[in-house]
Structures are given as C-alpha cells and as structure tokens.
Write a new protein. Structure first.
Length: 368
C-alpha cells in the first residue's frame, strides 16, 4: 500500500466534534510512529478492486448487520471480557514492527475459544504467533512486508496445530522456525473446525456467542491509528491497508462489534476497540469462526476440584481448576481406576497435580 501523509489530528478532532463526537481521537503509541512504521503494523494484503467493490456495498453490509440484531436466537449483546463477571480473554499483545497481524488475530481467537468453550477463564492458553507466522506463514511465502490471510493459517492450525508460546516466543523480524522447540507436537493447540462467515453477520454473531471469539479483517483508514475510544466510524477516506483482529463481542444497542487489537494496551480502549456495524468491510472481508480448540500439553500445578463417574464403562471425569472437565476414560480400565484413585487422594489433600491431556482426555498424570 502507498504511504499516505500523516493525518492532521487537530482537523480530525474538529471533524469529529461536528459529527457529535462518535469516537475519540487521541495521541497514542501508533500516532507517535512514522507513517511507514504505522503501515508496518498492518498485514492483510489489499486488492484495490476488491476494496472498491466491498466499500461500494457498505450500506448493504450495514443493513445486513442491523437485521442480524433481530435474530431471536442471539443475545442482543456479548462481551467475552464480562461473562457472568468472568473475563475469558487473554492479555493484549503488540505485534510491533511486522505485518503479522493475521497471526495475532487468529491465535487470540484460538486462545479465547479454548477458554470459553470449556468455561476455563484461568486456562494458561498462550499460543505462538511466531510459529503461526514465521513457521506456516513463511512456508506460504509470507513476510513482515507482505502479511498473510487467516484462511490458510486456520487450515494449518486445524491440520497441524500451533505450539504454545514458550516453545517459540515472538520477535518482530523475519525468521525461520529454527527457534521452534522440536517437542512442540506435544505442546500444541489445534483448531477443531473453522468456518468462513464472510458476508454473514448473523453467523458471525452466532459463532461469537457460542465459541467466544472470531477472526476478522478490515480496511484501515488513516484516522483509525488515532482511535482512543468510542464506536469507530471512519471520518477519513485515505486507505492505509488491511488489518486482522479478534472479535470478542458485539452490542446491538450501540450497533457495533467489540474487538481485541495487537497494538499494545496504550492504543484504543486498553488495546480493544469498538467498530460500527458495516464499517470498513469488517463483516465482508476474510471473517472466520473457530469452532473449538483441542490441546495436547501438560497443564501443571492445578488442584482437582471435582470427580465424576457412573456405571458406564470409560465414563470417568476430573475437573481441574485451570482446565475444567477432562475425561479419564481410556482403553485400559485398570489405568483409569488407578488415575481416579490418585486424583481422589490429591483432591482430598488439596494437593496440586499435573495432567497431560490430548483432545480432552487425560493420558498421563503426576501427583504428590
């Protein structure tokens, strides 16, 4: 994308005031960068003809998003940061000087889905953006300068999985997978299934309400960099590029989506933002749902809060304070019985255990 002239913030604030101040423009970590550095924080390739076609249908997208509010099977509002007083989101990160936003938006969605589906807000879900972008993205020809798309990444996340972050920490520079821990197949997260919900606001909302989050891409205009709060609706027509984020909710009363960005907590509403329905192609350009995340990993130092079984064979379950319910039902009844006895003793003593799970089942454990 061409680098534009920096936007005049004083002029923008005057324009917003005339519009009734629908959102706030402010100096932040993004406005303190050079124009080229700002563009480097984007990362979804934009086709000019596609952009023009989508934005020409803006009013239709807005109407479709508003009509989705009338769906009787959907709540009128959803915010993953406050579900019955619990926050299922993971911390806001900063992609820094690299167009790797697709990795951050997709990985954040996976982390949130892993927590929300099993109602485990304290699950240590921290997956590797570096593996997603510098591993799978690099294989597909993506770099910090080119960016990438969520659909091929979701295919990889489903078929092969993404390592936990401690097995390949992120640094914002082009690199290969040399730093990826070779044991990563035993410490990974896999997408169970994903859907392309582009141009279907009702499906996007339904996916968020059921699974907690969705991946969304949108067109970034110059004034978005200075966003400081409120429901964003662009006042600028200067296109800066494309960007990928994680949707964590919506609010029909405000006619907006709620999203988690990857520009640090100094930007927006502590790293989050609200965008009006129909704006910037957010429902109409690479919007994907994630339907479940399975883990293969050791989850250590957690107490067993509950145990459950009945007369059915291989129907034994344990509730870990970090993970929620996991099945103990394996192929060997004697092994299941031994694990159940050890976990019962640990529960009675209030002792912590370590559980190695694979796709929702406990395969190994240790207890003191």
């Amino acid at each position: 994308m061409p680098v534009n002239e920096p936007i005049d913030l004083a002029e923008l604030r005057a324009t917003l005031e005339q519009a009734g101040n629908p959102w706030r423009s402010t100096g932040n970590a993004m406005t303190r960068l050079t124009e080229q550095e700002r563009v480097n924080r984007l990362g979804v390739p934009v086709d000019e003809a596609e952009h023009a076609e989508i934005m020409a249908s803006r009013d239709q997208h807005l109407i479709a998003a508003q009509e989705a509010a009338a769906a009787t099977d959907l709540p009128s509002a959803f915010d993953l940061r406050d579900i019955g007083g619990l926050d299922y989101t993971t911390p806001v990160k900063d992609q820094k000087d690299c167009g790797s936003c697709v990795a951050f938006g997709t990985v954040a969605t996976m982390e949130h889905v892993a927590r929300y589906v099993d109602r485990a807000p304290h699950l240590p879900a921290d997956f590797s953006e570096a593996h997603a972008f510098f591993g799978y993205g690099r294989e597909a020809g993506a770099t910090c300068d080119t960016g990438w798309l969520p659909e091929p990444l979701l295919e990889k996340a489903r078929d092969s999985g993404i390592a936990f972050d401690d097995y390949f920490p992120y640094t914002p520079r082009n690199q290969d997978s040399a730093k990826l821990n070779p044991d990563w197949p035993n410490r990974r997260a896999n997408v169970v299934n994903w859907t392309n919900d582009t141009n279907d606001p009702a499906a996007i909302k339904r996916g968020i309400a059921a699974y907690g989050s969705a991946v969304a891409c949108f067109f970034v205009y110059q004034d978005f960099f200075s966003y400081g709060g409120g429901v964003y609706r662009p006042q600028s027509d200067q296109l800066a590029g494309g960007h990928c984020v994680c949707l964590v909710g919506y609010d029909d009363a405000q006619s907006c989506w709620i999203a988690k960005n990857s520009w640090g907590t100094d930007w927006g509403e502590h790293g989050f933002f609200r965008m009006g329905y129909g704006e910037c192609g957010i429902e109409s350009w690479h919007t994907c749902g994630v339907q479940g995340v399975s883990l293969r990993a050791w989850l250590e130092d957690q107490r067993i809060l509950g145990l459950w079984s009945n007369e059915a064979e291989a129907n034994v379950w344990a509730y870990g304070e970090l993970r929620g319910w996991l099945s103990l039902g394996g192929d060997a009844a004697a092994t299941d019985a031994t694990m159940l006895a050890e976990l019962a003793a640990s529960k009675a003593a209030g002792a912590k255990v370590g559980l190695f799970e694979d796709a929702g089942s406990v395969r190994q454990m240790y207890a003191w």
